[in-house]
Design a protein around this ligand. Structure first.
Ligand SMILES: [Mn+2]
Length: 329
């Protein structure tokens, strides 16, 4: 049994008592990872704290517009002298990344705030809410409950966190409370249309080329209920893709009417095959299929890492997925 959650009040008291705080998120960060880090960091800074933000892989191009993104540093080999370390949106301690873990290794206390149900509560203080659609929403609630300051930059970052992790408020994890949090921030001046434009309407042409390739190469099975794409190194090199270019790409498979499970198999630079899987039917649990291959995640969004070659990896995974879909849906 994982330890119970701490309360916002306990975590708030810990942070208020700290002078210097380090905040990190997971490898290959997404909008929720960076938005929750910057939202919390900029609020704590306004409350008078010294804050250092770290990410193992830095900020991808498409999230560079986020206010304060230049504050996200990559670890430089030094061990930080901080009173408290905070990990956000990071399902396992390993996902913080080895260089960030080294930078935080002298921190006397680690706080773990997350929304992945599989999170084993690896922190000294933990707040894991598997029902929250985004850690950004947890941070909104935390700042509100603890009376910590909001400003335009805090709101912009929390909007990016919540908007990206809910698929623009489309996923079933989106609740009335999610909209209430956004509404509260809009009443304080949040410009959601401007941020949505920056997030979703600034595709560089190479990303459109990537989409063209996906549409040419995607495959279907189980009477169109499963869609998949093998994303190869050859494609990456030909198009010259950059980190972050694949963000949201899987939604093009997921959006097809017959599809209930979508999968992208990505050939990584180290040769392993990274699996990203999505389900849009609660009966189909892609985290269970990913668990068969040593991965995990959420019921409707999960991942795993398989051994090459990509053709074998995708065939094996798709057989397991098809078996699961035929049995459950
Ligand atoms: Mn998240």
């Amino acid at each position: 049994m994982p330890p119970p959650n701490n309360t916002f009040a306990e975590i708030g008291a810990l942070l208020r008592g700290a002078r210097k705080i380090g905040i990190v998120s997971h490898l290959r960060p997404d909008g929720d990872a960076l938005g929750s880090v910057l939202g919390l960091a900029l609020s704590l800074e306004q409350a008078g704290k010294e804050v250092i933000c770290l990410n193992q892989d830095g900020v991808p191009w498409h999230l560079a517009f986020m206010p304060g993104s230049d504050r996200i540093l990559r670890p430089d080999g030094k061990v930080l002298e901080i009173d408290v370390a905070v990990a956000l949106d990071t399902a396992t301690k390993e996902r913080i990344g080895p260089d960030c873990l080294h930078a935080l290794s002298a921190a006397p206390v680690l706080v773990n705030m997350d929304h992945h149900p599989s999170n084993p509560r690896y922190g000294d203080f933990n707040y894991v809410d598997g029902g929250a659609p985004a850690v950004g929403e947890i941070i909104f609630d935390f700042l509100t409950a603890e009376g910590l300051p909001f400003n335009d930059s805090v709101r912009d970052n929390l909007f990016v966190a919540i908007s990206t992790d809910t698929g623009s408020f489309q996923y079933s994890s989106t609740t009335a409370h999610t909209h209430e949090a956004i509404a509260a921030m809009m009443k304080q001046g949040l410009d959601s249309a401007r941020l949505s434009n920056l997030l979703y309407s600034q595709n560089p042409m190479r990303r459109v080329e990537l989409l063209r390739t996906l549409l040419n190469e995607m495959q279907f099975r189980s009477k169109g209920r499963i869609a998949s794409w093998n994303y190869t190194q050859e494609t990456k090199l030909r198009i010259g893709v950059q980190p972050g270019d694949t963000e949201g790409l899987i939604d093009n498979l997921r959006s097809i009417d017959t599809v209930i499970a979508a999968v992208i198999f990505e050939e990584t630079r180290d040769g392993t095959i990274r699996v990203s899987a999505r389900s849009k039917d609660d009966r189909v649990d892609v985290s269970a299929v990913c668990a068969q291959f040593g991965g995990g995640g959420h019921r409707l969004a999960a991942g795993a890492t398989l051994q090459p070659p990509i053709e074998t990896a995708s065939t094996l995974y798709l057989q397991a997925l098809e078996e699961h879909v035929e049995r459950t849906a």
